[in-house]
Design a protein around this ligand. Sequence first.
Ligand code: PRT
Ligand code: ZN
Length: 304
Amino acid sequence: MTSTAHPSPDRLRIGLQKSGRLSDDSLHLLDRCGIKIRKHRDRLFQHSENFPLDVLLVRDDDIPELVMDGICDIGIVGTNVLHEKALKRNQQGIDDGIETLHTLNFGGCRLSIAVPEQLEYVDINCLAGKRVATTYPYLLQQFCAEQNVDMKAIMLNGSVEIAPRLGIADAVCDLVSTGATLQANGLREVETVFTSQAVMVKNQHEWPVEKQATAALLERRLEGVLQANESKYIMLHSSKASLEKVIDLLPGVEHPTIVPLEKNNDAVAIHAVCHETVFWNTMEKLKAAGASSILVLPIEKMML
Ligand code: PRT
Ligand code: ZN
């Protein structure tokens, strides 16, 4: 087994959230890239046995700095945390030195300002001079500067939503996904400060060529998985007369395969990879144009 202190030069080290909203999706993504990680509950450091990758399981808030400082080479984190930490470093006059490799399709949420329901809210100027409880003072400060409104950030590390009831703030600036937490606490969302999703990031340190090769391999697999996620394989029948119209309706299709049908000279089968979502409404249009037996299948992996 590779030692933690002296990793071989080809091994990449990734920082992932140990336990929380990004954990399962992050490990699932690596799994889809064919990278097996055995999950041991209490181990903070894990080695993949079939890919030169070591995983450091930490709090999500620590991931940007671990990557910036080179403790990890890459990491998966929400852009909310990433930008907050980058703004903090930039304000200290330090370059964050971090690069986003990929936007991932999970961890979506928004950082919003919410006020007590009874507060009359007309526009952002109603927030001038207000005390706003948040875990994201730098993102809030950036938003205030853009909007030209002064607010006082009250830094809290958790349970931000109860701050107005406790009388320690007039409003909150917190993460929202469904809005249920705000509602349960008598708060109304009034401004979106930042829209966030999970991303894969890397530092800009100089890596040994072996590690660069591992990163390039991971990158290719990741691209294949992400492209496959968005793409669908579609199979359908069409009368020869409506073939052109049907093909024109297929979203993001470049080279469909046309296959003759046995004992039916008037129709053909079409097989194609759609590089865009196939909506119900597209399927209805295909049917109206003369298509039948329409099957839309998920694609597991793709290498173009
Ligand atoms: O222990 P650790 O520090 O690692 O975990 P954590 O508690 O800080 O983070 P966690 O697991 O809650 O969130 C990790 C990341 O998931 C965040 O940094 C975001 O990038 C992303 N994410 C996506 C969210 C949400 N959605 C979300 N809804 N993070 C937090 N929330 C919380 C929010 O703070 C509020 O308490 O969920 C509540 C609101 O949810 P709704 O659905 O009621 O609106
Ligand atoms: Zn956290």
